[in-house]
Design a protein around this ligand. Structure first.
Ligand SMILES: Cc1cc2nc3c(=O)[nH]c(=O)nc-3n(C[C@H](O)[C@H](O)[C@H](O)COP(=O)(O)OP(=O)(O)OC[C@H]3O[C@@H](n4cnc5c(N)ncnc54)[C@H](O)[C@@H]3O)c2cc1C
Length: 401
């Protein structure tokens, strides 16, 4: 049995790592190397204290894996424990369900009166609730990928970079292969793990799977006296601003979101625009006063790709036999990618798992027809977009819609 996986980001590599050695596994990547898109553009925070229960289930599983990843990561440091501070400035109960879920799962979550007790960078911030997760992690996505790639190759999996899948071929309602820039490749099963390009490849098959790429900006704060490698990463969640230690400074984002479907072919990384930079500057001044007057130096932007309910899209497609999904990992693919691969591979092998309900993440679930995005990162100021607005799905539309 041959399985072709489209996309060698965290999602595709995680599925391939689980399947390699069980039949023929071929991983196709349009870029010249694996992990060239969202998987190399992220902030690397492993966040279990999130809003969505499916995301949390995957996050808990991935974090447990990263605590002891095994021999494929020998000599690598895929993650370190820094702890995490999740602050709320407006809605004290925003993360209460999540706190209860994590505590019920045996994960320590402390409520702090003063966030600066553990996170000096939060001194003076006006928070009405502060949650501290002492064993939360910061990951290096490239090192996670390196271990996955090592394991895939070791067990005979084939990784072909610079090969772009142009379309998925079906016959009688079932997948039979893919048409690529290097010719046709037959397949018994195809896994769509193409990140921001997944919706476009599915649409060409006539499948309506609204996966929307949202651009987000990351910026460096260069050398800063409060930064240290083991400072907890800090996120004021209902406002949408985070900082994480990065060498002797910080990496930060004002959590901007702009609809931006990519053109076909590699290359989703963007430059820093003036609006997201100003957004981050303003929020740092308001919510991280202890940082003082900071300078935001270099940065980049990348695509986080979401389903309307912001849940991942995992498992068998209900309409096309042999088509599987590992997509819609939005802003939590480092946090959830390893477990997403585990779940998809288990279901492909006919196994059941007791930690994730396939219905909730099914690619064929009902999707909302209108859903909120958060242009300024603030939960209180969403903008509704519509699944019937074809302009949203047109590649290269940029943030003008
Ligand atoms: C700015 C930013 C900050 C983030 N911060 C965090 C964070 O702190 N914590 C966290 O958990 N997550 C974070 N994320 C999210 C995380 O990076 C993503 O969810 C994750 O990388 C998605 O992995 P993926 O494999 O689904 O997608 P990708 O990494 O995009 O991989 C998909 C791959 O498919 C390939 N492909 C696409 N189409 C084709 C085709 N037709 N043929 C062949 N190959 C194809 C692409 O080239 C690409 O390499 C962040 C993302 C961004 C952009």
């Amino acid at each position: 049995m041959r399985t072709v996986i489209i996309g060698a980001g965290l999602a595709g590599c995680s599925v391939a790592w689980r399947l390699a050695g069980e039949g023929e596994v071929v991983l196709l990547e349009q870029a010249l190397q694996p992990g060239a898109e969202a998987s190399s553009q992220n902030a690397g925070m492993i966040r279990r204290l999130g809003e969505d229960p499916y995301e949390r289930a995957l996050a808990i599983r991935t974090a447990a894996f990263l605590a002891d990843p095994g021999e494929d990561w020998a000599g690598l440091t895929p993650s370190v424990v820094t702890g995490a501070l999740l602050g709320l400035a407006h809605d004290p109960d925003h993360l209460s369900d999540a706190v209860a879920h994590l505590r019920a799962s045996g994960i320590t979550v402390e409520r702090l009166e003063d966030a600066a007790e553990v996170a000096p960078a939060m001194a003076g911030s006006r928070l009405i609730r502060s949650w501290y997760v002492p064993d939360e992690r910061l990951a290096d996505a490239w090192q996670i990928l390196s271990g996955l790639l090592r394991g895939i190759r070791r067990r005979g999996g084939v990784i072909r970079c610079g090969v772009s899948v142009q379309r998925i071929i079906t016959q009688g309602g079932a997948v039979v292969g893919v048409e690529t820039s290097a010719g046709r490749i037959g397949a018994d099963r195809v896994v769509l793990a193409a990140g921001a390009w997944s919706g476009q490849l599915a649409a060409a098959l006539g499948l309506a799977r609204p996966l929307i790429p949202l651009r987000r900006t990351l910026l460096h704060i260069p050398a800063h006296p409060l930064s240290r490698p083991d400072h907890p990463w800090c996120w004021v969640d209902d406002v949408g601003i985070y900082i994480r230690p990065e060498s002797d400074g910080w990496l930060t984002s004002g959590c901007d979101e702009a609809v931006d479907p990519p053109l076909p072919g590699p290359g989703s990384q963007g430059l820093v625009e003036s609006v997201p930079r100003a957004l981050a500057m303003d929020k740092i001044a308001r919510h991280f006063p202890a940082l003082g007057a900071v300078r935001l130096s270099t940065g980049w932007s990348g695509l986080r790709t979401f389903a309307p309910d912001r849940r991942p899209v995992l498992g068998a497609d209900g309409e096309v036999a042999g088509l599987w999904w590992a997509a819609g990992l939005g802003g939590f693919g480092v946090t959830c990618g390893i477990a997403a691969g585990e779940a998809v591979a288990a279901w492909m092998q006919g196994q059941t798992i007791d930690w994730l309900d396939p219905e909730g993440v099914s690619p064929s679930r009902r999707y909302l027809s209108r859903w909120p995005i958060r242009p300024t990162g603030a939960l209180s100021r969403p903008r509704l977009i519509s699944g019937t607005d074809q302009r949203l799905f047109a590649p290269g539309v940029g943030s003008t819609v």
